[in-house]
Design a binder for this molecule. Structure first.
Ligand SMILES: Cc1cc2nc3c(=O)[nH]c(=O)nc-3n(C[C@H](O)[C@H](O)[C@H](O)COP(=O)(O)O)c2cc1C
Length: 344
């Protein structure tokens, strides 16, 4: 069993990575039904929360069926981080996560996200400010370091543990790499092997298949794995990895019926959370991934992204189910390159 403060997770938990514009309530609902053990909201600006910005406040939306769920904040100012931690605590998530990995310029220039990797003293102060401001477990998600010459994750891990964080997720890249090259998990393993480290260490970066999950579990000895891009449009990856870790066998790829059922579930939550117009609109960027691999799907996809009502979407989904019933999908190879990049 893995413990994050008073949160208890099964051995070797699978985590849905926080992803801006992706890990929202509708997508999380779908992942929750497909085997994920712990999820995070999209990152939320501490300044935005204090300003009561609508977009920031909406990202605070969490639901009991999602638990355990963490709310992720970012910022470079101690007081703002302390205040936003209290705002977050008021909506009662299971944990507060701090983003110290976002490589994006507009975040880094505010001294937030990955910027603090350049000054561990500041990182420690910001973390202390959050830990002091909430009774909830505080965790951190970060990267190996700012650049190739300053990979300081071993120091970071110990010092943040010493000020009270309850778990650490490490993306195996530096800020300078953004998403380039392969994620390097060797330093993540060194952090885990450090006898003074007692908190769970979760590895993150490029896990896109059950085989790779098993291989990285064996080679790097982390306490669990955090998955981002490979889950986009393919929430089945969590159960597929779990089944493979347990049996060494692959689950059959999801059938068209299963894919359409997940599309309907995602749409239902999208409309419920965002209202009809925005909810239907939001779904349009998800159909491609859910229907990937189907021959001659373009015409149907075009209709899905143009119709305006749930009833019309339903009609197209019924047709797709009928036309592709019994279609044998190949086992998926996630196209990580094609995924949009963002903060973390
Ligand atoms: C579209 C997108 C949005 C992201 N948003 C966040 C975020 O809000 N907070 C964060 O800590 N990381 C964010 N990340 C980084 C992911 O959490 C993860 O660290 C990264 O994608 C590497 O994992 P992967 O190889 O499994 O995708 C984002 C990544 C993507 C692709």
């Amino acid at each position: 069993m893995i413990r994050i403060g008073d949160i208890r997770l099964n051995d070797f938990p699978l985590l849905l990575a926080p992803m801006e514009d992706v890990s929202d309530p509708p997508f999380r609902a779908v992942c929750k039904d497909n085997g994920v053990d712990l999820m995070y909201t999209e990152f939320i600006s501490s300044e935005g929360l204090i300003r009561d910005a609508i977009k920031s406040k909406q990202k605070l939306d969490i639901f009991d069926y999602e638990r355990p769920i963490g709310i992720q904040i970012f910022g470079g100012d101690e007081e703002a981080m302390a205040i936003s931690a209290r705002i977050v605590e008021a909506v009662n998530p299971d944990l507060v996560d701090i983003n110290f990995g976002c490589p994006v310029k507009k975040v880094v220039t505010k001294g937030a996200g990955a910027a603090v990797l350049k000054d561990v003293d500041v990182m420690v102060k910001l973390t202390e400010a959050v830990v002091r401001s909430t009774a909830l477990p505080v965790t951190v998600k970060t990267r190996l370091g700012w650049d190739e010459s300053s990979k300081n994750i071993e120091e970071v891990a110990e010092r943040l543990q010493n000020v009270g964080i309850k778990a650490l997720a490490i993306h195996g890249r530096t800020r300078a790499q953004l998403y380039k090259g392969d994620a390097d998990w060797t330093l993540i393993a060194k952090v885990k092997d450090n006898p003074r480290i007692r908190i769970p260490i979760f590895g993150n970066g490029d896990i896109d298949s059950p085989e790779k999950a098993l291989d990285y579990k064996k080679r790097f000895g982390v306490d669990g794995i955090m998955i981002g891009r490979a889950a986009i449009g393919y929430p089945w990856i969590f159960n597929e990895i779990k089944h493979f870790l347990k049996t060494g066998e692959h689950l059959a790829p999801p059938t068209i019926e299963q894919r359409v059922q997940v599309i309907r579930q995602h749409l239902y939550h999208s409309v419920k959370w965002k209202g009809f117009a925005a909810g239907i609109n939001e779904m349009r960027r998800h159909y491609t991934n859910y229907l990937k691999g189907l021959p001659n799907i373009k015409e149907y996809r075009l209709r899905l992204v143009t119709v305006k009502s749930v009833e019309e979407i339903d009609e197209v989904l019924n047709e797709i189910t009928k036309v592709y019933s019994g279609y044998q999908f190949d086992r998926r190879k996630a196209d990580m390159e094609a995924m949009a990049y963002s903060c973390g």
